[in-house]
Design a protein around this ligand. Structure first.
Ligand code: CP
Length: 339
């Protein structure tokens, strides 16, 4: 089992078998238990992880850096502007060079239409594991932490558990498609009844939707789509209110007034897509509320719902640490295999 994931890249959990995902979840649970017991877990002594962020992060940056510290290694907290990437150094040169110096590379690049390709280009030239810290299509570290959290609250058998993933209004910043896309791909594989709610103007990528349907068929789960937030939330065991897809409206680098005006109108039209107490009451009694965070409080979801006794957002955030440790400890190799 220990060898199963050694040296493996993680760009999407769809590239990992269920056996590999279960191994990562088991390692994460064990590392969580050992942290609670106050044990030292030096599984990656003197190992280096290079973390390159093209965007801001609270949970991902700190869970990954804390994970490396708690595993006895070290993480370099890098941004693209600190590196020659900002002067156009190629993914090949970056991947090759970092592979000669450490045992893992982790990257967040959520630029629409760019991020996933960038990660794939680096991984093709990296001899050490490349771990996605989120791109424009996938956020596997969030997906696996969510799955761990759901299992902790609902047990191992998730079949017929109804999870509502609903688009919600936000004004804070452009939120990529990657969180809901990773969730629908993963949850359907593990037998859940996934209901996605979104206005027609904010769809998920068609190829991801088609793959999620295949995953549902293979995993015994279901996936359906509605264009009404009430319908999505009704009778749910878990609800996730989450904005996605406001491209160009929030992005300073986009100089396209026409696109911006259209997106502004699209957003304004759906200001009512909020998880408030009235809408939450449509769900099953005791329905758990999840959110990858950061939440746009008062727009995506009210404080009363997000801070209620059925909210498990902080368990979800904490599990980012334990799953980061599980994945890093299983994937990072002892040295550069090519040298
Ligand atoms: N959920 C998540 O990835 O949070 P950060 O953007 O803070 O890393």
């Amino acid at each position: 089992m220990e060898q199963l994931l050694r040296g493996k890249h993680l760009i999407t959990l769809d590239d990992w078998s269920k056996e590999e995902i279960e191994a990562a979840l088991a390692a994460s649970a064990e590392l969580k238990r050992r942290r609670y017991a106050g044990e030292i877990t030096n599984l990656l002594p003197n190992k280096t992880l290079f973390m390159i962020f093209f965007e801001q992060s609270t949970r991902t940056r700190n869970s990954m850096e804390a994970a490396m510290t708690q595993l006895g290694g070290h993480a370099h907290d890098l941004t693209a502007d600190k590196m020659q990437i900002s002067h156009g150094e190629t993914p090949r040169d970056t991947g090759e060079v970092l592979s000669r110096m450490g045992e893992g590379i982790a990257i967040r690049n959520c630029f629409h239409g760019i991020g996933n390709k960038y990660l794939r280009d680096i991984s093709a030239n990296s001899h050490i594991p490349l771990i996605s810290m989120q791109d424009d299509i996938y956020h596997p570290l969030q997906g696996i932490a969510d799955l761990m959290t759901i299992r902790e609250h609902f047990g191992g058998n998730l079949s017929r558990l109804k999870i509502a993933i609903s688009w919600a209004y936000a004004t804070s910043h452009s939120k990529p498609l990657s969180v809901p896309q990773s969730q629908i791909l993963l949850f359907s594989r593990f037998g859940m009844d996934v209901v996605v709610g979104h206005p027609p103007e904010f769809p998920l990528q068609p190829e991801i939707v088609e793959k999620a349907k295949i995953n549902a068929a293979g995993g015994g789960g279901k996936i359906s789509f509605v264009d009404d937030m009430d319908a999505a939330v009704r009778d749910a065991d878990i609800v996730i209110p989450k904005n996605w897809g406001g491209f160009a409206y929030f992005d300073d680098f986009v100089d396209d007034d026409e696109h911006r005006d259209i997106m502004q109108a699209n957003l304004d039209r759906h200001r009512g897509w909020i998880l408030d107490e009235k809408r939450y009451a449509l769900a099953r009694p005791g329905c758990k509320v999840m959110h990858a965070l950061p939440a746009d409080r008062g727009n995506e979801v009210t404080d009363a719902v997000l801070d209620s006794e059925n909210s498990i957002i902080y368990d979800e955030a904490e599990n980012r640490l334990h799953t980061a440790k599980g994945i890093l400890s299983l994937t990072m190799v002892a040295g550069n295999a090519r040298i």
